[in-house]
Design a protein around this ligand. Structure first.
Ligand SMILES: Nc1ncnc2c1ncn2[C@@H]1O[C@H](COP(=O)(O)OS(=O)(=O)O)[C@@H](OP(=O)(O)O)[C@H]1O
Length: 376
């Protein structure tokens, strides 16, 4: 009898103890989540205060503030905009407004389910050139990374549309979430005199990617593209030399030749950015070994190496690496018809003359970048 009562007492005591533990646990959980919530609110308030300050600062030429989170450069703007707090949206005159979106990208399906909305930011990284060196390939390859979002088209902000202002530019960027990098590529930035200063003004921490290719092949690629739009175009040799043949001087006033003097343009960028903020991608290696080149790019952008050889296959008909799948298409595909065109035959003497012309400029470019690209 006494034994039975003892058992009951132990059972009751155990029950009471478990109740006490549960109550204590719940109390602490509530307390912690309360602290967390109030911290978040404080952070949001601080962020909005910073945003307001930036809106004012936007009128003056001060660069936009940014912070580095897990190796990614992230702008200081409200991350979630429910339309009721923070600055009003989508006014092209308002630089710092945050744009909510109904982006259909699968990258955001989960977020939308959570009720979170991404917003648009000025680019953290730019592919500034060089035209016909593989800039499209680089952009398509790097945007396979889940932490990279890029404007689909060339925006031409720093050369053609600068007067439209940074708010206009930002509106052309894709929506991103915290930790994602915004990118844009416009190859003509590399040769635009005002571009380095303008990019620096937007954000002196902007990462700059430059794809380069043997300037002679690049010139022929440039010519091939121009000729595809203008059937009655003169032969390459007639345009590349002042007297119309390899016996004459190289015509540096002709765009396809001039652009290949990379060192001249790079020097302008180096007047505004340290070399460490530029990454030089070999156009030749981007074709021969895209995974290796994209590995370097991911390191430079502070991204985990997610894009690798598993993303590519070599299409022997096209003669170029193609993608097994991308954000837009889940089936294997190559870049468009305008990428990887057949080049016309160019006279051997003309090629030799051009190589000779570029040699000292290439040497200077190797010296400035610290990379020997091995062009003939
Ligand atoms: N994977 C892959 N597929 C197709 N093409 C590739 C690829 N990788 C690099 N390339 C080379 O990219 C050249 C076009 O360069 P860009 O994209 O910079 O051209 S553009 O300036 O944007 O017009 C293009 O030049 P062309 O061969 O003259 O067409 C290609 O040689």
């Amino acid at each position: 009898m006494q034994h039975k009562q003892l058992n009951r007492t132990i059972a009751i005591a155990t029950g009471l103890l478990m109740c006490a533990v549960y109550v204590l646990y719940t109390f602490h959980a509530c307390l912690l989540s309360g602290i967390n919530r109030s911290l978040k609110q404080t952070a949001t308030a601080a962020t909005m205060a910073t945003s307001a300050a930036v809106t004012v600062a936007a009128v003056s030429p001060a660069p936009l503030p940014h912070v580095r989170i897990l190796g990614s450069i992230v702008r200081i703007v409200p991350l979630v905009d429910d339309g009721t707090t923070g600055p009003k949206l989508l006014s092209p005159g308002s630089l710092n407004s945050t744009t909510t979106t109904t982006d259909a990208s699968p990258k955001y399906r989960f977020l939308r389910q959570q009720g979170l909305r991404p917003s648009r930011h000025l680019p953290d990284a730019l592919i500034i050139g060089v035209k016909k060196s593989g800039t499209r390939a680089l952009l398509e390859f790097v945007r396979l990374h889940p932490d990279v979002r890029a404007a689909g088209c060339e925006v031409h902000f720093f050369d053609r549309h600068y007067a439209k202002g940074l708010a206009w530019y930002r509106h052309h960027m894709p929506p991103t979430i915290e930790g994602q990098i915004t990118m844009e590529k416009t190859p003509s930035y590399f040769i635009t005199r005002e571009a380095p200063r303008r990019v620096r003004h937007m954000n002196p921490a902007t990462r700059l990617l430059v794809v380069v290719r043997d300037p002679v092949t690049r010139a022929i690629s440039d010519y091939t593209q121009a000729r595809s739009k203008k059937r009655d175009m003169k032969r390459f040799e007639e345009l590349a030399f002042t007297n119309g043949s390899a016996g004459g001087a190289v015509d540096t006033s002709w765009g396809p030749v001039r652009i290949g003097v990379y060192a001249k343009y790079l020097e302008r960028w180096l007047d505004h950015f340290p070399l460490s903020q530029l990454l030089f991608v070999s156009g030749e290696r981007l074709i021969a070994d895209p995974a290796a080149e994209i590995g370097r790019v991911q390191d430079f952008l502070g991204l985990k190496r997610v894009v690798n050889e598993k993303h590519f296959y070599f299409n022997s008909t096209k003669g170029f690496p193609c993608l097994l799948k991308s954000e837009e298409r889940s089936s294997p595909h190559c870049l468009g018809k305008t990428k990887g065109r057949n080049h016309p035959h160019i006279d051997g003497a003309a090629l030799d003359r051009l190589r000779e012309f570029y040699r000292p400029f290439n040497q200077r470019f190797y010296h400035l970048t610290g990379i020997n690209f091995g062009w003939p």
